[in-house]
Design a protein around this ligand. Sequence first.
Ligand SMILES: Cc1cc2nc3c(=O)[nH]c(=O)nc-3n(C[C@H](O)[C@H](O)[C@H](O)COP(=O)(O)O)c2cc1C
Length: 168
Amino acid sequence: MKTLIIYHSKTGFTKKYAEWLSEASGCTLLPFDNAKKADFAPYDTVVFASSFQAGTIRKLNAFKNLKLNGKNKIVIVTGCTPPGSPEVDTAVQNNFKTDAGAYKVFYLPGGLSYERMGAAGKLMMSAFCKMIKKSAGEDSEMYSRISHSYDNTSKEYLQPVINYLNSL
Ligand SMILES: Cc1cc2nc3c(=O)[nH]c(=O)nc-3n(C[C@H](O)[C@H](O)[C@H](O)COP(=O)(O)O)c2cc1C
């Protein structure tokens, strides 16, 4: 079975997972910007790895528009919400309102990098931090989680994805 991993990563956390998955499974890696011109014919399975931005999975709609009929489609999404939080399930459901059955979705803890974030990301995070500071307070778990850089990525979080790929 041949698998292609397409990834879109702004600050590197999703790219790291995509590279780890490629190393562990021998799958081909492709940055999302090159996906439009790609030949998908040799692949039975296509994995799309991206991240949450304000509840939306970046580039998901463009991925859904690729011609992947008949292939297994897996979506990996990273974010800064703790794994297992109900917010993750709600956000995933909102991104697959009418087509949930067509994709197997995995959420993996990413991180935050204010150093590698672009100007627009910094601006959005600054507004979000101010809002949370006001509503939940500076000592809240939420504020401490989003107000500084950290890396929560770990190879172990990929194991369910690897198990699923092996089961196909
Ligand atoms: C502007 C902005 C909005 C974000 N919104 C969310 C969100 O709604 N939910 C979440 O879990 N993480 C959110 N994050 C965190 C990113 O999804 C997280 O940093 C992700 O691992 C980044 O992946 P990348 O480094 O591959 O771009 C947001 C980050 C930024 C900069």
